[in-house]
Design a protein around this ligand. Structure first.
Ligand code: ADP
Length: 398
């Protein structure tokens, strides 16, 4: 069966077509950008020239139609009929407390996703538009929702409750949800495979370090804590997000800079993190280059990032009462040997030691700690699209 994986943002749509019967081969990948502005589609398929269309994309319906046209195109396409697509898997950002796993989309599921729009006002509405567009354009093709929050629904109350008046949780569902769940789940399963164990038998700390980043404490294969919160702003220092700060700073900045709450929220999401600290870039390649050339603020940004990640690993050693392994994934986790080394430098008291040769390799899922390291360290490339396709395939063939 061929599964179309869709990730709809407010003005973008990323897609992959994956052939589940052919070793999960990615047949095509693409991206629609500037939806509702003008429109651009880039489509790539194995063994074929990349295809770019600048035809207008006034809305997500037009974008889904353009994706279909690209997939069916006689020169650049990979299928000859829409009926070859057996199912569509949608990345949905927020499932609130309603979804602890992926589900086949029904009218009730759509209503529950709609209910979560107030928790993710930038993302869930776009996800719903994508679902509706697929229903219009591919009627009858089963669709599955895979939630960023689902993997974290196993957290105990003591981990997800904020010490605010309890009524705020009851009234508005203010609590920790966590994000990147699809990635944390994928690398957890992969880690169990690499360790030769059942997923129920591993206790690990997963570090998803990308432009956005989060850590999870995973006990017996289930998430018991994670660093992101009600929103993806919480936790570690990120590319442009500040992560955990003194909550009183919000009001302080509002008064000191004469900004509205919305403006401070924007500042903390888009102008903070390593970008705000360094004034150089949110990209770790730029930061590493600048720090190597002696840029002090780039060094401060990198040091702050590594220190916060290491401290959360410490927190999760407590949550798990130890750990079997630490897993690094996503853009920085997979590619930055120096970041992995600098984070692990804080953990030498545990006997953790990286093998420099293995730590310098890229692109492969493997253990990068030395034989005698009592806690193993792994690099595992994440694959959220494959996780979505696997869940979609499993649910619609069940
Ligand atoms: P997202 O999906 O959140 O956009 P990614 O997981 O793709 O993020 O990670 C993107 C980040 O990964 C970039 O901003 C960059 O900082 C980092 N990155 C990518 N390649 C490298 C590299 N070779 N060395 C250091 N950092 C890298």
């Amino acid at each position: 069966m061929k599964i179309l994986v869709l990730n709809c943002g407010s003005s973008s749509l990323k897609y992959q077509l994956i052939d589940m019967d052919n070793n999960n081969e990615v047949m095509a990948v693409g991206l629609c950008e500037r939806i509702g502005i003008d429109g651009r589609l880039k489509h790539e398929a194995e063994g074929k020239d990349a295809y770019i269309s600048e035809a207008p994309l006034p809305d997500h319906n037009a974008a889904v139609k353009a994706v279909m046209e690209a997939l069916l195109d006689k020169d650049h396409g990979v299928i000859s009929d829409v009926s070859e697509i057996g199912g569509v898997g949608h990345r949905v950002v927020h499932g609130g407390e309603s979804f602890a796993s992926s589900v086949v989309i029904t009218p009730e599921v759509k209503a529950a996703i709609q209910d979560c729009c107030k928790l993710a006002p930038l993302h869930n509405p776009a996800n719903l538009i994508g679902i509706n567009a697929c229903e219009d354009i591919m009627p009858g093709v089963p669709q599955v929702a895979v939630f960023d929050t689902a993997f974290h629904q196993t957290m105990p109350e003591k981990a997800y409750m904020y010490a605010l008046p309890y009524e705020l949780y009851e009234k508005h569902k203010i609590r920790k949800y966590g994000f990147h769940g699809t990635s944390h789940k994928f690398v957890t399963q992969k880690c169990a495979e690499l360790m030769g164990k059942n997923v129920e038998d591993i206790n690990i700390i997963t570090c998803h370090l990308g432009n956005g980043g989060s850590l999870s404490a995973v006990k017996n294969g289930k998430c018991v804590d994670t660093t992101m919160g009600l929103t993806p702003l919480a936790g570690i220092v990120m590319g442009t997000r500040c992560g955990n700060i003194d909550p009183a700073i919000v009001n302080f900045i509002m008064e000191a800079e004469g900004l509205s709450g919305k403006e401070v929220d924007n500042l903390m999401n888009k102008q903070s993190g390593v970008l705000g600290l360094s004034g150089v870039s949110s990209d770790f390649r730029d930061l590493e280059a600048a720090a190597n050339e002696g840029n002090k603020r780039a060094r401060i940004a990198l040091d702050t990032f590594h220190y916060t990640v290491a401290k959360f690993i410490g927190e999760y050693l407590v949550a798990l009462n130890g750990t079997d392994a630490i897993v690094f994934t996503a853009g920085i986790g997979e590619n930055s040997a120096s970041s992995r080394q600098e984070i692990c430098n804080y953990l030498t008291f545990l006997g953790i030691k990286l093998d420099p040769e293995k730590n310098s390799q890229r692109g492969k899922a493997q253990c990068i700690s030395t034989e005698d390291s009592p806690i193993k360290v792994y690099v595992i490339p994440t694959n959220e699209e494959l996780m979505i396709a696997l869940d979609t395939n499993r649910l619609i063939t069940a």
